[in-house]
Write a protein that binds this ligand. Structure first.
Ligand code: PAF
Length: 282
């Protein structure tokens, strides 16, 4: 596996691959890999000839009070895991290379996709994500890019940006990978102490409860939200950020749920660790 630090070097490598007729599959990440990342890399490997993983903790997608400094990092371990997963190139630039002095362009996707759900409490987050992903697409020039469905709003934002800016990259969505007890895998799970880990199960269990009630015939988003709010708050130290039933593509709230509805959840554990999860309920 080749480790590439500089954007120009990355682009030169990508051009060589294109000249040789090899398709590049990109997996954009912020590192601290777990099985979820590995499954994205393997999926990219099934769909493309070369897998490039970007590893960059993107400062501009963190708000001023967020966990940029504390975000978990382990470069050596990440390299070993990516290598084992069959990655051919790992692109790990410095922030100064990605955002040199004078850099002043951002990509902002419209408020109908970025103003609600996570965007309501993280107002600059999706502009940070869209900007870095747009830059990664320009630098790596992938044929396709694989993103996890756990970050369901991010996926919708990236799809919109890719279409609106004619970026010509196929966006592949990969299902959420879960721990055996149902917790959606996330690098931020590492922040959870044992008791908080128990409370974190409130998200996947709330999804299961919503599925049960929906299958039994309860399709009112308002009534289901009340049930889920009480359920999540029955776990110690949980505070609901949002419980939203939205259309899978438009992300607009729905009053009655159907097969196109996604239940999106964000819960703060112990006032510190903010976790998200989502899924269909019908
Ligand atoms: O999902 C993530 O890890 C990040 O938001 C991404 C897409 C790598 C952009 O920094």
């Amino acid at each position: 596996m080749q480790i590439i630090r500089h954007p120009d070097e990355m682009t030169a490598w990508a051009k060589e691959q294109a000249k040789a007729g090899r398709r590049i599959g990109l997996v954009p990440t912020m590192g601290f890999f777990h099985e979820g990342h590995i499954s994205l890399m393997r999926r990219a490997g099934q769909l493309a000839d070369q897998v490039t993983v970007s590893l960059f903790v993107n400062p501009i997608q963190f708000g001023p009070q967020e966990d940029l400094a504390a975000y978990p990092r382990n470069f050596e371990r990440d390299c070993a895991m990516a290598d084992t997963a069959g990655v051919t190139a790992l692109f790990a630039p410095d922030a100064a290379e990605m955002y040199p002095a004078g850099c002043s362009t951002t990509v902002a996707v419209g408020a109908e996709l970025t103003g609600q759900l996570c965007g309501a409490s993280r107002p600059s987050h999706f502009a940070g994500v869209a900007t870095v992903v747009c830059k990664l697409f320009s630098i790596v020039r992938p044929d396709l890019a694989v993103f996890g469905e756990k970050d369901f709003q991010q996926l919708a934002v990236i799809r919109r940006m890719t279409a609106d800016l004619n970026l010509g990259v196929e966006i592949v969505a990969h299902p959420i990978v879960r721990e055996v007890d149902g917790l959606a895998m996330s690098s931020r799970n590492t922040y959870l102490a044992p008791q908080q880990r128990e409370a974190a199960l409130s998200l996947s269990r709330a999804l299961a409860l919503a599925r049960k009630r929906a299958t039994e015939g309860e399709h009112s988003a308002e009534r289901l939200t009340t049930v889920l709010q009480d359920f999540i708050h029955s776990f110690p130290e949980t505070a609901v950020d949002y419980i939203s039933f939205v259309h899978q593509d438009s992300l607009q709230h729905v009053a009655e749920i159907d097969a196109q509805t996604v239940l999106a959840l964000a819960v703060k554990i112990d006032g510190k660790v903010r976790l998200i999860d989502n899924g269909k309920v019908l």
